[in-house]
Ligand binder design. Structure first.
Ligand code: NI
Length: 136
């Protein structure tokens, strides 16, 4: 059920918010505000070490000795948490691996850090997502 409420906000902040809305293609303020609130709640889930979903993406050169094995080994160590892994051979040298993982936020962060820190990983990123359980 949707509830309406009134918000008091400084003109400059509202202007910035409207600019944000346009840049991100929101059709109305309500949906933009809902998403900003949810975004902050997801940050809280991570800060409070709740059960979360994460997407780890890695770009690496598969010619780097032992690297492929280490990446696979780290994932097997967390096999109960790994939901899915997709590997893309992007060109002659570069691979992209995308790992979807579920678990306590600190554990997900730790696995991401360990993968990204491996020698030969050229770029790595953890996208912090939510199980959705606490999002409405
Ligand atoms: Ni590859």
């Amino acid at each position: 059920m949707l509830k309406r409420f009134t918000v008091s906000i400084e003109q400059k902040l509202l202007n910035d918010f409207d600019t944000f809305m346009e840049q991100h293609h929101y059709k109305n303020r309500s949906e933009a505000i809902r998403d900003l609130i949810r975004s902050r709640f997801v940050e809280n889930e991570w800060a409070a070490d709740k059960d979360v979903m994460g997407v780890i993406s890695l770009v690496y050169d598969h010619h780097q000795p032992q690297l492929q094995e280490k990446i696979t080994e780290l994932q097997h160590d967390s096999h109960h948490q790994i939901v899915s892994t997709t590997h893309v051979h992007m060109d002659h040298d570069n691979c992209l691996e995308v790992i979807i993982i579920r678990g306590k936020a600190a554990k997900v962060q730790e696995l991401a850090d360990n993968l990204i820190a491996l020698r030969g990983v050229r770029y790595g990123k953890l996208a912090m997502n939510s199980t959705g359980e606490h999002l409405h």
